[in-house]
Write a protein that binds this ligand. Structure first.
Ligand code: ZN
Length: 493
């Protein structure tokens, strides 16, 4: 068994009735010796204040008790009131010792066998709970202070390790994973990888999930958007330069963010390989299977899906994407919107009115929720003033309500900034011009709206069928209005 001893004298008038520090120390040494306990360290409080906050030596002792690498068995005092003079301090200290399975022993008192021991312990536990709630506040405050100084209060993100130092710890790049994270940014911004492809590539390089497989796409997404890697610390509302070394340059990080934004703007939010509007839609001239697309350092191409299962399934050669896109352009340039421009514009207007109505409804809903929260806040304040709610509960609950209201405000401001001017089309416009105006993510949908089928062979587009009204066939009102409606949706902001 090893123990720490703690000695203190008080300044008040009773001091002369107490043992002096040397006498306390002697009594404790004797007590330990009789039991064969080894005194690891003696703590002597030179000052005499009873408040924990003013007793640096007591705090040293407690931090020693917290140290998991060097566990302590017993804290020995001469009299229990040496340790803490008010019940709250006592409860906090006991709670800490109990948590660490450290016995508190007094030379002059038997702590375990008091008649009302259990009751006292219960009361103490209740008080300790109350104080640990305060402690949590203190911990949060401490974390915030750390963040404001550019530190990080949690386990560092992937690619960094936390190494212990004399006064706490230091976050440094991980010797192996740090460069892998940097590589992830480099590879991603090359534009050649989908999230899934990149996760597999990184797995081969050694950046894996806990099960040894590729990291998930959402994990990769979080990694690629974490500003910690450019040396920033973002924690709650705090955003400051960190003390740690960045793993990637600001420029590289920004390029990654732009690429992510443009990919995730794609409808449905799914990341797609951009620049292949025919992918998954065009069919193989050889086997009628769907075509997929790939990006390589030197050229982009479409290839038949069936080749990826088994080469013998389909022997079609790859299709140079540039050739296919040139053919696509040629076809779209031939088709004018003259006869349908008006109805497409009407469809755009209709769509935008719908969007505005939905947006209006959402904003109204947010306003109602906010009004409800405000009433809750007022009721809470009334209850606090009337004494029905304790200050702690009041503080906690009202902070919760305020946070919810802040969230609502943020949502509402997003709603009102997404408005965009209307996009109308001219009578003389060709389908190609309309196509060119669309973001990459909508171009594929445009192709699927305008075409019924596109057939691809190594020499380019070898066959295509347009949807009504562009097919030149007998008018079909129902199919025409379906196409026009979809165009309206695509072209609306
Ligand atoms: Zn094929």
């Amino acid at each position: 068994m090893n123990c720490l001893t703690y000695a203190r004298v008080s300044t008040d008038k009773q001091a002369d009735k107490e043992l002096s520090i040397p006498a306390q120390l002697q009594a404790m040494r004797q007590y330990a010796q009789q039991r064969n306990w080894q005194i690891r360290e003696e703590f002597v409080e030179p000052g005499a204040s009873a408040r924990t906050a003013d007793r640096p030596v007591l705090r040293q002792l407690l931090s020693k008790c917290r140290d998991q690498h060097d566990p302590v068995d017993v804290v020995l005092v001469h009299k229990i009131d040496r340790l803490a003079r008010n019940v709250a301090d006592h409860a906090t200290i006991r709670a800490l010792l109990q948590q660490r399975k450290i016995r508190l022993v007094s030379v002059t008192e038997n702590l375990d066998d008091t008649t009302s021991g259990a009751l006292v312990e219960n009361i103490m536990a209740a008080i300790a709970e109350f104080y640990s709630a305060n402690l949590a506040d203190e911990v949060r405050k401490g974390m915030r202070q750390k963040v404001l100084r550019g530190g990080w209060p949690h386990k560092p993100p992937r690619g960094y390790i936390s190494t212990p130092t004399i006064n706490g710890s230091k976050i440094e790049p991980h010797p192996i994973e740090g460069p892998l994270v940097a590589e992830a940014f480099e590879l991603f911004t090359s534009g050649w990888y989908s999230m899934k492809g990149l996760a597999h590539r990184l797995e081969r390089a050694g950046l894996k999930n806990a099960g040894g497989g590729p990291i998930s796409q959402s994990y990769l997404h979080r990694l690629l958007t974490n500003p910690f890697y450019v040396g920033r610390v973002r924690w709650g509302d705090v955003d400051v330069p960190g003390q740690h070394l960045p793993l990637v340059s600001r420029d590289l990080f920004e390029r990654a963010q732009q690429l992510i934004r443009s990919r995730f703007r794609a409808l449905g939010g799914r990341a797609r390989l951009e620049g292949f509007p025919l992918r998954g839609f065009a069919i193989c001239a050889n086997c009628r299977g769907r075509l997929t697309a790939e990006r390589h350092a030197r050229w982009d191409y479409y290839r038949c899906c069936r080749r990826s299962y088994r080469k013998s399934n389909c022997t079609a050669r790859f299709v140079n994407a540039n050739r296919a896109h040139a053919d696509l352009r040629h076809i779209l340039q031939q088709i004018s919107l003259s006869t349908v421009a008006d109805s497409v514009n009407t469809a755009i207007d209709r769509r935008q009115q719908e969007q505005e109505a939905t947006q209006h409804k959402r904003i109204e809903q947010l306003r109602r929720e906010d009004a409800e929260l405000m009433r809750t806040e007022m009721r809470l304040t009334d209850a606090f003033v009337a004494g029905d709610v304790s200050p702690d509960v009041y503080r906690l609950k009202s902070a919760e309500v305020r946070k919810q209201r802040d969230d609502l405000k943020r949502l509402a401001s997003c709603e009102s900034t997404t408005r965009q001017p209307r996009r109308r089309i001219e009578t003389a416009t060709s389908l190609w011009e309309v196509y060119g105006r669309l973001e990459a993510s909508r171009q594929a949908l445009f192709i699927q709206t305008v075409f019924k089928t596109i057939v691809l062979a190594p020499e380019g587009i070898v066959g295509s069928v347009l949807n009504p009204p562009f097919d030149g066939a007998e008018p079909n009102t129902e199919l025409e209005s379906k196409t026009i409606d979809q165009l309206g949706q695509l072209l609306a902001a």
